[in-house]
Design a protein around this ligand. Structure first.
Ligand code: CP
Ligand code: NVA
Length: 308
């Protein structure tokens, strides 16, 4: 039984085989209707619980569809409609759910909830985003980069904006997949230094460059995310916008990167804030492939967790 809690907690060989399997499962579907079953039905007879304590479009739909394509069944549970949101402990919830389902995916606030769920569940647990990390997203991002440009090892990825949960998982991926990551954002919103240190220890080149135009020089991939995450206080919105405005990804910034640089965003995006529509809808952008690959990457993650 394998949990999928974070990219830095999963071994390199497993991560590589998840990406490779995601690519081959995607090509095996070869334009089939969305509800058509995969040829092999690796999740036949399996039940999956998808728990959301925060909103979601992509994670929710892609997990649900992925389970069904692989022959399993899924249920989407909202945290505050469960007893979990009304005083039942995480440990007890984990023990009970383990008697009904074969796999648990949870999107939550504090990372400790995920960890406790994994500790007390007797079935695998997948991190569907916490305040601190978003590993499933970055697995899809690595898959997307490699589909367009080949191996990501040795490439230069530039993160523009807030050093948030998605940025954290990019740092972990830099360490595991061997790419360089440059963070460009205001000092107040630096990524966690623990994660920067972890990636550097793994041999990744992690650079902090406050000037976004200099940061993107030689970039193979530029990544943006919202300036106000789901766990951030709405009262901090204006202050964050003021700090982050210089880091908007626009046509001028894209032009300063390599001519064939890609643009990614985990979505949902705030057009004309962290990224302009010109870039989102322009020739460098691979955001729709990136969103689609959530489905394929997570199907491979579920197979890894279940050994299926
Ligand atoms: N990128 C992502 O996780 O999107 P959702 O919040 O819609 O799931
Ligand atoms: N950083 C964003 C990602 C959303 C998918 C958030 O946590 O709200």
């Amino acid at each position: 039984m394998n949990h999928f809690l974070d990219i830095h907690k999963t071994d390199k060989a497993a991560l590589r085989s998840i990406i490779d399997q995601a690519k081959s499962m995607k090509s095996a579907r070869n334009g089939r209707p969305k509800a058509a079953p995969d040829d092999d039905q690796p999740l036949a007879g399996r039940m999956v619980a998808l728990i959301f304590e925060k909103p979601s479009t992509r994670t929710r739909v892609s997990f649900d569809v992925g389970v069904r394509q692989m022959g399993g069944q899924s249920m989407v549970l909202s945290g505050n409609e469960m007893q979990l949101g009304h005083g039942e402990t995480i440990a007890d919830t984990a023990r009970v759910l383990s008697r009904y389902v074969d796999l648990i995916m949870i999107r939550t606030f504090d990372e400790s909830v995920l960890e406790e769920m994994a500790e007390y569940a007797s079935v695998p647990v997948i991190n569907g985003l916490t305040d601190r990390t978003h590993p499933c997203q970055i697995m899809a991002d690595v898959q997307t980069f490699e589909e367009h440009r080949g191996p990501i090892a040795g490439k230069k990825v530039v993160w523009c904006g807030d050093g948030n949960n998605v940025c954290a998982s990019f740092l972990h991926a830099a360490g595991q997949f061997g790419f360089d990551l440059t963070f460009s954002g205001p000092v107040q919103l630096d990524p966690e230094m623990e994660f920067v240190g972890w990636a550097r220890n793994e041999g990744a080149t992690i650079t902090i460059e406050r000037d976004p135009m200099r940061a993107v020089e030689g970039a193979d991939l530029i990544v943006a995310d919202t300036w106000v995450s789901m766990h951030d206080a709405q009262s901090a919105k204006e202050r964050r916008h003021n700090m982050l405005r210089p880091y908007q990804v626009n046509a001028k910034l894209m032009e300063a990167a390599k001519p064939d640089a890609l643009f990614m965003h985990c979505l949902p995006a705030h057009r004309e804030e962290e990224v302009t529509s010109e870039v989102m809808d322009g020739p460098h952008s691979v955001i729709w492939d990136e969103a689609e690959n959530r489905l394929h990457a997570q199907k491979a993650i579920m197979r890894y967790c279940l050994g299926a």
